[in-house]
Ligand binder design. Structure first.
Ligand code: ISE
Length: 341
């Protein structure tokens, strides 16, 4: 039974804790910390956890009552607990992004490399979605030949907040594609470009330019276009199509009942990601817990994957300034992360 110390008690923590309490096995939450103690108290109460309220990140990570750490706090606060967990030789699951700057990601990588072992799993949950896994397996088996190009759609119903900004489309939404595309194509990025099509007049967020099209080019030449829209108005939709040398593989339509009525044939569309990726969220965390319980090396998304996503996002945000093609450069991949994807 692995003992979890949870840091951060916002929306995504509630998703994970609800899964831990209601669906997952082999763990218990024993310590909780939030910079706003009331948020931690409320979470403990809501899920009736038999957990202690920690006084600081450091106290939580180093508590004898904690085997592994879960980081669900604000994006720019991930680094401290991750580094502390590595130092304490404890596994740490962190929500994406690994860190908000490339420099901070590098520190985490340096700490893991120095320890000679992986401790970090990044919450890129799409890799655990059964449909994405089938897509990956299909490409890996060579059924469509080498992947040459692709198309992704990432549509939200409405922007998450009225103060959602142009760069948030990259950091919050595109970051998932930036992880999934290099995983599917088994290649590194050479460049990224963001373009702004005609603005959506129904967009309520003053500081958000919407929609956006991101084009990534890979080292071996493959090109993928990602259509990002925070204002679809009709619902949440994630699509991915990979075109290979001798075929096409794409995510299936969501499995929904078709309703034939009122001279129409239709099915429901999700409002947001919570339903679409419910299984992926459960499977990523169960995988982390199982590896911790068996004391096996982690196999989920690595700190290096987190670093790639942050560097790619930074370059995409740079491209937003003038729609230029921005080259992406990465240092050599350390041996620790050379494992097969
Ligand atoms: C959100 O933060 C997520 O992580 C969702 O998976 C993504 O679809 C959405 O665009 C983000 O805002």
């Amino acid at each position: 039974m692995v003992k979890i110390g949870l840091i951060g008690c916002g929306a995504i923590a509630h998703t994970h804790v609800s899964n831990l309490v209601n669906h997952l096995k082999g763990e218990e939450i024993t310590e909780v910390f939030d910079v706003v103690p009331q948020a931690a108290k409320d979470l403990i109460k809501e899920y009736q956890l038999n957990a202690h309220l920690s006084e600081s990140v450091d106290a939580l990570v180093n508590s004898n009552n904690v085997d592994v750490v879960m980081v669900c706090s604000r994006n720019d606060t991930h680094v401290e607990p991750i580094l502390a967990a590595i130092q304490a030789h404890k596994y740490v699951f962190t929500e994406k992004p690994l860190a908000t700057t490339a420099a901070a990601c590098k520190k985490i990588i340096a700490a893991e490399v120095a320890a000679g072992q992986r401790f970090v799993q990044v919450g890129f949950m799409r890799r655990y979605d059964p449909a994405y896994q089938e897509l990956k397996a299909t490409i890996d088996q060579g059924l469509i030949g080498a992947p040459l190009m692709g198309y992704c759609r990432h549509f939200m119903t409405v922007p998450p907040t009225s103060y959602f900004k142009t760069e948030n489309t990259i950091n919050d939404s595109f970051i998932h594609e930036s992880d999934i595309i290099h995983w599917l194509f088994k290649d590194d990025y050479a460049s990224v470009q963001v373009q702004f099509p005609r603005p959506n007049s129904l967009n309520p967020a003053a500081e958000l330019k919407d929609p956006q099209i991101v084009t990534v080019k890979m080292k071996q030449g493959a090109i993928v276009n990602v259509y990002l829209n925070q204002n679809s108005h009709y619902g949440y939709e994630v699509r991915c199509q990979v075109i290979g040398e001798k075929g096409i593989a794409q995510l299936p339509e969501v499995n929904r009942l078709d309703l034939h009525a009122d001279r129409k044939i239709y099915h429901d569309v999700d409002y947001d990601w919570s339903n679409r990726f419910v299984e992926a969220y459960q499977r990523e965390l169960q995988d982390f817990i199982d590896h911790a319980n068996r004391q096996e090396a982690l196999t989920g998304p690595t700190a290096w994957d987190g670093y790639i996503a942050t560097v790619t996002s930074d370059c995409a945000i740079q491209s937003q300034k003038n729609e230029a093609v921005v080259p992406i450069e990465l240092p050599e991949r350390p041996e620790l992360y050379q494992t097969k994807e």
